[in-house]
Structures are given as structure tokens and as C-alpha cells.
Write a protein that binds this ligand. Structure first.
Ligand SMILES: Nc1ncnc2c1ncn2[C@@H]1O[C@H](COP(=O)(O)OP(=O)(O)OP(=O)(O)O)[C@@H](O)[C@H]1O
Length: 658
């Protein structure tokens, strides 16, 4: 499929779509999630593009909902479905479902719907679905402590495009490589020729590095997963809760994600935690160790009587020796015990292992009071711990990135499947909430609805009375005031639209004749001026003349008489009905002028009526299902009839006149 040939895809969008792995597949399958991964393409735009691609694929001229009211009904139906999705994505994805007059498109969605209707819309699944969102790209990751080095201009360009996260440097010789090693913590040389070059610093010769970007920049994979961690986790939960088949081992993926922090750093590694804590707590531990030693030494000194021979004292004073030498001579054991306590504390508090002997040297053997640490040793200890911690972190990053790099496609598939499930569950819930059935779509015109209940009425769905209504050809629908004529047209329009979307319809059963267009004209408020009247008449003129066998239409019209005076209206409606009948279109015209229309028409027109069954406590009791071939009696007639039963001859005479 040529990308630019899809309606709505210009050169710029085509360029964005080319960034995807398989844009043709995404387009032909209407895969909104994949399309929305193209840079700068929102989900709404992706849905629009997908619709264009689907239409192109099915050679669908579009324009099914041919009037504003028909479009309103489509949008109302779509909203009922969208309200039942959990994710924003699901709602957008539903926008790729549109009413179509093309059989292959209808069948394609019907196959999806059949699958969807087998789904169990369990609340637990809905609750975990709420955390799923389309995956976002890792974005711009910039790594400044590493660089790539090569002496080859072509490889230089290849490196820049393969691993844009790091700088790529051109180097001619070992000297330049050594310079780089002074500026970067790690230099990855891409040329075999550098093998064996002795340069100080972390310089690796990895000619295959460009094939495995994750080994150079594990951050790429880690950032992608860190950014999408919650969504992938939610998708895992959805698969577990809904029992979906997964493309990978869910426990393994979940385990790898558990080792990742939201910022892409590594967690859950005891050794790394130990080393990080040791670095952070080093100064505090050294100072506590000193206090422990000094407390001990002070106590020991306080408890001791130091006896010193007078000659010894004299010789000490003569040599100008301080009290330290006294300490050395008389309290060496106590000092040794105190220093040991300090060393033990330091080693225990920081849980030191490899660096234990170095840490012990932080407190010197020579007695001093107070006991003091050797700053030089502590500084070396800090360096050593920090370097070990960083090595460990980098290694862990690499390990996790290696595992996750192989799972990126699977994670995308998991999220896509979870999002698709949201769409399917919305359809399943819609069908369950409104007691829907899959309609039969026939090439024969007309429709036949059994037990249809419109979810768009102004009464709670549970109180909606089911309607049976079938029409072949063109009919006038008469009915008592507020009997439900408009509601019946709405139901027919909604059922027809949903059926042409490939979706279930709110009825016990339904047969819908396939049409290319639905023309639903709502009642106009008030008489039109001459100009507007002419426009309306032209619209009907065009509609009538364009109806052909390969472009079947369903025409629904509500009280067209309101556009002009009653006499003229009946004549005009009769004319339109005749033309539509000749062209074998299907149509329902609601009108209070049914008798006048019949009179004005030359062809045999059928009339259906929504009948009042009588008055109960001043209220009309209505049979909401139109009765075929019967003109409905008007409300005034019913009232006169009621008065005639009990009253005098006046009402009986009046009744005669109806
Ligand atoms: N199937 C139904 N079940 C329950 N209530 C209904 C049904 N159909 C219609 N109603 C109720 O009747 C009201 C009037 O319906 P509607 O407007 O369709 O009647 P109408 O015959 O077109 O009226 P008008 O004579 O004013 O053109 C609706 O607002 C709704 O409350």
C-alpha cells in the first residue's frame, strides 16, 4: 500500500509513518496503537488515518450517514460504546468503527464483534485495564560518560545513527584514544586495529558494538521500560486476570521490571544496596566508631589507677614526652581494645566484606587519646566502595538491559493486546447492557426489528417498551401525539447504523437490508422561509434522483409537513414517496397528514399507525409497535369517543365526522 494514497496521509505524515516497523500492516489492519507510535501522530489522528486506510482497502466511498441527524445518531451510538471503554486509547480505537455500505467492511468488523461477544466483561479485568496506556518511546537519552571511537569515516556515520545517545569521536591513533580515555569514563573503540593498544583507563575494543547498542547504552532499553513500567505491569495483570495467551513468560518480564526504578536505575539488588548504603553512611559510621572507642577508653582510664615510679616520671618529663607515651606504656591494652571496638563498629555498621581489612586500618595501632581515624585510609575506603558500587550498578544495568532488550517486542504486544481487549470488552458490555443481538444483513431492502429498545430515549432503559417494526418499500407512519413516532425513527436509524458498523443492535432480533446511505431528516422547527424551503426541496430532489439499485438508501423523515403549509406539504410528501417507491428505496415518513398524502398520491402507499389503545386516567395508553396498514386515530378522536360513550348526541355526531 502506497502510504500517500491513503486519504488523510500527506507527505509529512507518510514520513512519520515510515519510522514504524511495518506501516503498511498497521494501516491495513487499522492498528491505531501502532500508528500512534509514529512521531507526532496522536491517537485521534491515528484513528482518522486508520479510517482512511480502511476505506481505501474496502473501496468504500464513505458518506453512509448522509444527513446531520444520521450523523448525530451514529455519534450517539459510538458514544454509548466509548463510555464503556476503560482506556482513552480504547475510546479512540472505537472511532475506526464507522457505518459502511460495503459488505466486506461490515463482515470484517462482524468477525471482530463475534470474538468480542465471547469476552466476559469482568470488573476485575476492567480495574487492571485502567493502568494500561500505549507505550511511549524512550525519548532522548543522552549518555555523557561514554563515547564511541573510530578511525573510519563510514563507521563514524553508522555509529552516529545506530547509537545517537553517545558522542562518536574520530581518532587516528593510540595517542588520541588515550586523550579520549581521560575525558570519558569508558571509551568503546570500534576498530579491530585498536586491539592490544595499551592505553590507561576503561578503553574497550568492541568491533560488534553497533550490532548490540544495548551493551553500549543499556540506558536505552532501561529508560524505555522505566518510562512504560506501569503500563507494561498493568498489561501483565490484564493477561493474568483475563487469562489471555501471552507472547512471553509473564513472571520473567515482571521480575525484570521489578529490578527497575521509575528513573531507569536498578533496584532490588542486595549487594548494590549494601554498597550504596556503605558509601552513603561511611562518614557517619566513622564518627560513631570513634565515639564508641573513646567512650570505652575513657571508662577504662577512669577505672584505672595509674601507678608510675618517680624515676620513670622524671625520665618522661626530661624527654619532654607527652601523656601519649604514658598511654602507650601504661594503657596499651585498653587502647588496643578501644580501637578494636571502633574497627568492629565500622565493619559491622557498613556491613563491609572485601574492604574489611582496609577499613580496620582506619584506626591506627599507635595509641592516642582521643582515638582518631586516619583520614587517608577512610578516603581510600570511600574510593574503593564507590568504584565497586558503580561497577556493580553498570553490570546490573547491562544484565537487566540484556534481558529486557529481548522482551521489548513482547511488551509491546502485551500492551497492544490489553488495549484491544478494552475495545472488545466495551462492545461486549454494550451488548450486555442493552440486550443486543447480532443483526442479519441482507441484500433485500427494508428492515425487520423485533423487540427493539432504544438506549437513546429519555426514560431509563429498563422502562423502554420493546418495539416490533418491519418495513419493505416506502411507508407513512402515523400515530397519536407523543405515541413514539420520532423515537421509532431514532430506533430504526440506530439499528441500521450499528448494523452497518458491524456491531450488535439493541433488539431481540433484527434483519437490516444493506444500504449505501442513511438519510434521516429530523423534524424542522417551524415553517421555513421560501429560500430554505427551496433548499430542502432541492435536497429531496437530488436524493430521489440519485437512488439506484447499486446505491440503495434508507430514508427516514420526521414530519416534513412542518416546513410549509399542510395542503402543499401533503402534495410534496406524496410526490417524494411516489418517486422513492418507483426507485425501490426503503423509507419511513412520519406524518400527521397521512390521509391527505394518500389522497394526493397516485401510487398505492402503505400506512402504519402507532395506536392509542385508549385513555386511562386521562392518559393515553399506547401500543408503541406500529401496526401495519392501519392509520392511527388521533388523540382528539379518542377524547370525543370517550365523551360520546357517556354524553349526549353532540359527541356522537362529532365522532361521526372523524
Ligand atoms: N418505546 C418506548 N418506551 C417507552 N417510552 C417511550 C417509547 N417511545 C416513546 N416513549 C416516550 O414517549 C415520548 C414521546 O415520544 P416521541 O417524541 O417519539 O413521540 P412522537 O409520536 O414522535 O410525538 P409527536 O406527536 O410530538 O411527534 C418519549 O419522550 C418517551 O418518553
Amino acid at each position: 500500500m502506497e502510504l500517500e494514497s491513503v486519504p488523510g496521509v500527506g507527505a509529512k505524515t507518510a514520513e512519520a509513518l515510515r519510522e514504524l516497523d511495518d506501516p503498511e500492516r498497521a494501516l491495513s489492519e487499522g492498528d491505531v496503537a501502532a500508528l500512534a507510535r509514529a512521531p507526532g501522530v496522536s491517537e485521534g489522528r491515528a484513528a482518522h488515518i486508520a479510517r482512511g486506510a480502511i476505506r481505501a482497502e474496502h473501496d468504500d466511498p464513505g458518506g453512509f450517514a448522509a444527513t446531520p441527524r444520521a450523523r448525530e445518531l451514529f455519534e450517539a451510538g459510538l458514544s454509548l460504546l466509548q463510555e464503556r471503554t476503560v482506556t482513552d486509547y480504547g475510546a479512540k480505537r472505537l472511532e475506526t468503527l464507522y457505518p459502511s455500505g460495503v459488505r466486506s467492511r461490515i463482515d470484517e468488523v462482524r468477525a471482530f464483534t463475534e470474538r468480542a461477544l465471547e469476552r466476559e466483561p469482568a470488573p476485575e479485568v476492567r480495574s487492571v485495564l485502567s493502568g494500561v496506556a500505549p507505550l511511549s518511546a524512550a525519548g532522548d537519552v543522552r549518555v555523557r560518560d561514554r563515547c564511541l571511537a573510530t578511525g573510519d569515516a563510514e563507521r563514524y556515520a553508522a555509529a552516529q545513527s545506530a547509537i545517537p545517545e553517545v558522542s562518536v569521536e574520530l581518532v587516528d591513533d593510540a595517542r588520541q584514544l588515550a586523550e579520549l580515555a581521560r575525558s570519558y569514563a569508558t571509551v568503546v573503540a570500534l576498530d579491530e586495529g585498536f586491539a592490544g593498544v595499551d592505553v590507561e583507563g576503561d578503553v574497550r575494543v568492541e568491533p560488534d558494538a553497533l550490532d548490540e547498542p544495548a551493551s553500549v547504552v543499556p540506558e536505552r532499553v532501561l529508560t524505555f521500560f522505566a518510562r512504560n513500567r506501569d503500563s507494561v505491569r498493568a498489561a501483565i495483570a490484564v493477561h493474568r486476570e483475563a487469562g489471555l495467551d501471552a507472547p512471553c513468560d509473564l513472571d520473567e518480564l515482571a521480575g525484570a521490571l521489578d529490578q527497575l526504578d521509575a528513573d531507569g536505575s536498578v533496584t532490588g539488588d542486595d549487594e548494590l544496596d549494601r554498597l550504596s548504603t556503605a558509601v552513603d553512611d561511611l562518614d557517619a559510621a566513622v564518627s560513631t566508631a570513634e565515639s564508641v572507642a573513646n567512650d570505652h577508653l575513657r571508662e577504662a582510664i577512669e577505672e584505672r589507677d595509674v601507678t608510675i615510679e618517680g624515676t620513670d616520671l622524671l625520665s618522661l618529663v626530661e624527654r619532654g614526652a607527652g601523656v601519649d607515651s604514658l598511654l602507650d606504656r601504661e594503657l596499651a591494652d585498653e587502647y588496643a581494645a578501644a580501637a578494636d571496638r571502633a574497627r568492629d563498629h565500622l565493619v559491622d555498621a557498613l556491613d563491609l566484606r572485601d574492604t574489611e581489612s582496609m577499613a580496620r586500618r582506619a584506626f591506627p595501632d599507635e595509641p592516642t587519646y582521643p582515638v582518631e581515624h586516619e583520614e587517608r585510609v577512610v578516603a581510600r575506603l570511600r574510593e574503593e566502595l564507590t568504584a565497586t558500587r558503580d561497577r556493580r550498578a553498570t553490570q546490573r544495568k547491562r544484565d537487566i538491559a540484556d534481558t529486557l532488550a529481548t522482551m521489548r517486542g513482547d511488551a509491546e504486544a502485551l500492551v497492544d493486546a490489553a488495549l484491544e481487549l478494552d475495545v472488545e470488552l466495551a462492545v461486549a458490555r454494550f451488548a450486555a447492557d442493552f440486550d443486543c443481538a447480532m443483526p442479519e444483513i441482507t441484500e433485500r431492502g427494508g428492515f425487520d426489528i423485533e423487540g427493539g429498545r432504544s438506549p437513546l430515549l429519555d426514560v431509563p432503559f429498563a422502562e423502554v417498551e420493546p418495539i416490533d417494526y418491519s418495513v419493505e418499500g416506502v411507508t407513512v407512519l402515523s400515530g397519536v401525539n407523543s405515541g413514539g413516532k420520532t423515537s421509532t425513527l431514532d430506533l430504526v436509524a440506530l439499528v441500521t447504523t450499528l448494523a452497518h458498523m458491524g456491531l450488535p443492535v439493541p433488539a431481540d432480533a433484527a434483519r437490516v437490508g444493506r444500504v449505501s446511505e442513511l438519510h434521516y431528516h429530523a423534524k424542522t422547527q417551524g415553517t421555513l422561509d421560501a429560500g430554505a424551503f427551496e433548499t430542502t426541496l432541492r435536497e429531496f430532489g437530488e436524493l430521489v434522483t440519485n437512488v439506484t439499485a447499486d446505491r440503495p438508501v434508507l430514508v427516514l423523515v420526521d414530519e416534513l409537513e412542518s416546513i410549509t403549509e399542510p395542503g402543499a406539504a401533503a402534495t410534496i410528501i406524496a410526490g417524494i414517496l411516489e418517486s422513492l417507491t418507483e426507485r425501490e428505496a426503503t423509507g419511513v415518513f412520519v406524518s400527521h397528514l397521512a390521509e391527505d398524502i394518500l389522497e394526493a398520491a397516485e401510487a398505492d402507499l402503505t400506512i402504519d399507525g402507532i395506536q392509542a389503545e385508549g385513555l386511562v386516567d386521562g392518559e393515553l395508553r399506547v401500543n408503541r409497535s406500529p401496526v401495519k396498514g392501519q392509520l392511527a386515530r388521533s388523540t382528539p378522536e379518542l377524547i370525543v369517543e370517550k365523551l360520546a360513550e357517556h354524553g349526549d348526541g353532540f359527541y356522537a355526531d362529532l365522532l361521526e365526522k372523524f
